[in-house]
Design a protein. Structure first.
Lengths: 168, 503
């Protein structure tokens, strides 16, 4: 754990993230309550309307969001705890960004090719493995997933040009 | 006696070669899932659920529940050898388990952990066998108000038993309910909260949420710690096992206490994690060696493991009898029941006897199988842990993506999985609990429809939830749990001036 010794000042403070999340929760709650109210949150001739239950859910969400926000404000000056240090954030992004690109890849060229590329490139670039091992693991996982899902369990997964070339 | 007959019938269903094979496959998969970071009982089962759609429900639940037992066993391995709890409920196992491994007593610690897990599970299954049918026949008399008050009690218990900020617990829960409401209203057929996006028509599927929140979220959290693990090696041979077994009867009092704590915390939706902590704390207070806890006491491994496994097992009781899961993993299993076309709840015991008793019998057999597998294969599972995280991480992301896609064959779900992953990461870091959110998402529709039916019966009068002693005491208990943080804060404030501020 090399990053334990970094200065405590670096990185985003937890309390700021806390306030942001509370504000988002409040907004979501307000959105739910508003939409439910539009639908009708009251009583129709045949019983409670569609928005009856969600309206209160939205209302409670707002209350909780506001309370957490208020609690955060009280600690705004005093609390110095760091939410995530720059090096931790970097580590998180090392997997999060490639994963997002991977999902885009799944959408565009199918899951099998993207998976092989994703695993191989991640192992090579983040794990510093040799090209041979990286490609072997990537292709291995993809092929076993293909055999398991397309052939064995007959569950179709997203496929792209390569698979259609092979006749699937 | 009737239960015993039914149980033996259950054994005859569970003992077919096919089901026994599934049992071992499930246990092994479960231990692997429990050992790997980023894959836990809940999202492991969520990912594998689509593969069981072609099986009969009984075989499917036998396999999935065995994955669950396996994950419960597996969590202990990483805690003891690597000081990294593979599952939240094995955090307390690290306190004494890892020091034992440092002293070269890893084999003893693991034998103790596995055996006490097994004992905890066995006691919980015995309780299950005899209490579940009673609860189910009692619940047959429930109407919508009773069911809603049980739901209310379930959710309020999270506030009462949770250690965190009550507003965060409720906020997480409400977000779950809000997500459950998205899509077509099952009663009026109106679209709700879709804001014009046709993709949201069918709503958020809880399996996608579970895979994202627990799977991707956990990967992001683990990445923070860097890419390297270091751990101790374990040797388990029959001699160590026998020697440890000779020592274990000494801790009978701890075992009994931990079983009771575990069974109780599993039935009320506290779940395995608080049960293991509570049991560790109680054992430390009550034991003669209490002050030595944390330095590598076998008793400190026995207590949390017994309770965690007892709680994990008894969490299935409210799921089967009332349709209310006691833990996120039980919630995923419940979702599975619905997908297989079974309606969880008291009627299950009347209409699906084969299913229910096959499952109960498999609990006995699965835990025996589990004990055998973990005691013999520890070096193998420890080797999996040594596979570097830079290989494991992308492979788990791929497995999660496949799992998220197969839920509804929908690409949007894979995107949602990433979003849920980030939400899970941020929520974990800010101490928003994920379990109530998942449970609310699973139970949202059922809770809402029981609430609306109750309102129809009473014409919008909320006093229907106090209309008879049963529903009244359930609601009263729920409100008590909900306001417990407030009550306990007041109590400590009242007491502290008298006690000289000792608290």
């Amino acid at each position: 754990m090399a990053h334990d010794h970094e200065s405590a000042q670096a990185g985003t403070r937890t309390v700021l993230v806390e306030l942001t999340v509370a504000a988002i929760i409040f907004t979501l709650g307000a959105l739910v309550a508003y939409d439910s109210h539009q639908l009708g949150s009251g009583w129709a001739s045949d019983g409670p309307q569609s928005g009856y239950f969600p309206f209160y859910i939205g209302l409670f969400t707002c209350i909780c969001g506001a309370m957490v926000f208020a609690q955060g404000l009280l600690r705004l000056k005093t609390e110095q705890q760091v939410f995530v240090t720059p090096s931790q954030l970097k580590q998180v992004l090392v997997i999060l960004l490639p994963s997002t690109v991977y999902v885009l890849g799944v959408q565009l060229i199918g899951i099998y090719v993207s998976s092989a590329l994703f695993i191989a490139l991640f192992m090579r670039l983040a794990g510093k493995y040799s090209w041979l091992r990286s490609i072997a693991v990537g292709v291995g996982v993809s092929v076993s997933a293909f055999v398991m899902f397309e052939i064995w369990f007959k569950i179709p997964l997203p496929k792209g040009p390569l698979e259609s070339l092979l006749g699937y | 006696m009737e239960e015993l007959n039914a149980l033996f019938h259950g054994f005859s269903i569970a003992m077919t070669p096919f089901n026994l094979t599934l049992m071992f496959v499930g246990i092994i998969l479960g231990v692997i899932i429990g050992v790997l970071p980023g894959l836990g009982g809940a999202n492991g089962i969520a990912i594998l659920l689509p593969l069981t759609f072609t099986m009969s429900p009984t075989s499917a639940i036998i396999m999935l529940s065995c994955i669950y037992w396996g994950a419960l066993f597996g969590g202990a391995i990483t805690s003891i050898l690597f000081n990294i709890p593979g599952e939240p409920w094995s955090v307390a196992t690290t306190f004494d388990g890892y020091p034992m491994a440092q002293q070269g007593r890893a084999g003893e610690a693991m034998t103790g952990a596995f055996t006490s897990s097994f004992v905890g599970a066995l006691v919980a299954v015995l309780m299950f066998t005899f209490i579940a049918p009673l609860v189910a026949s009692f619940a047959l008399k429930f109407g919508p108000p009773e069911f809603f008050s049980v739901y209310l009690l379930t959710f309020c218990s999270f506030v009462g038993t949770g250690k965190g900020n009550p507003f965060k617990i409720v906020a997480a829960m409400m977000l779950g309910f809000a997500m459950a409401a998205v899509g077509i209203d099952i009663i009026t057929g109106q679209l709700r909260l879709t804001f014009g996006f046709t993709e949201l028509l069918s709503g958020f599927h809880f399996l996608v949420a579970v895979i994202g929140l627990f799977g991707i979220g956990e990967i992001l959290l683990s990445m923070e710690e860097g890419l390297s693990f270091s751990g101790h090696t374990a040797k388990i041979n029959p001699k160590i096992v026998l020697e440890t077994w000779k020592k274990l009867p000494r801790y009978w009092a701890t075992s009994i206490r931990s079983c009771i704590i575990g069974c109780w915390m599993g039935i009320i939706p506290g779940g395995a994690t608080p049960a293991s902590f509570m049991s560790y704390g109680v054992a430390r207070k009550m034991s003669r060696n209490g002050d030595k806890f944390g330095t590598g006491q076998l008793e400190g491994v026995v207590a949390p493991e017994t309770a965690a496994h007892a709680a994990g097992t008894s969490a299935l009781l409210p799921m089967l009898t009332l349709g209310i899961p006691g833990s996120p993993t039980a919630a995923v299993l419940l979702g599975g029941l619905m997908i297989w076309g079974l309606q969880p709840g008291p009627l299950l015991f009347v209409e699906q006897k084969d299913f229910v008793w096959g499952l109960i019998a498999s609990m006995y057999l699965g835990n025996i199988a589990g004990l055998i597998v973990v005691l013999t294969c520890v070096p193998l599972f420890a080797a999996i842990l040594r596979v570097p995280f830079s290989i494991i991480a992308p492979v788990i992301v791929v497995i999660c993506a496949i799992g998220a896609f197969t839920v509804k064959n929908n690409m949007l779900d894979v995107w949602l999985m990433i979003v849920f992953g980030v939400v899970g990461y941020v929520f974990k870091k800010l101490d928003y609990p994920l379990a109530p959110m998942v449970l609310a998402l699973v139970l949202g529709d059922a809770a809402e429809s029981s609430f609306r039916q109750s309102m129809l019966i009473s014409q919008g009068d909320l006093t229907v939830f106090f209309s008879n002693w049963l529903v009244g005491s359930l609601t009263g208990l729920a409100l008590f749990a909900l306001f417990w943080p407030l009550i306990s804060a007041l109590l400590t404030r009242l007491r502290s001036p008298g006690a000289g501020g000792a608290t």
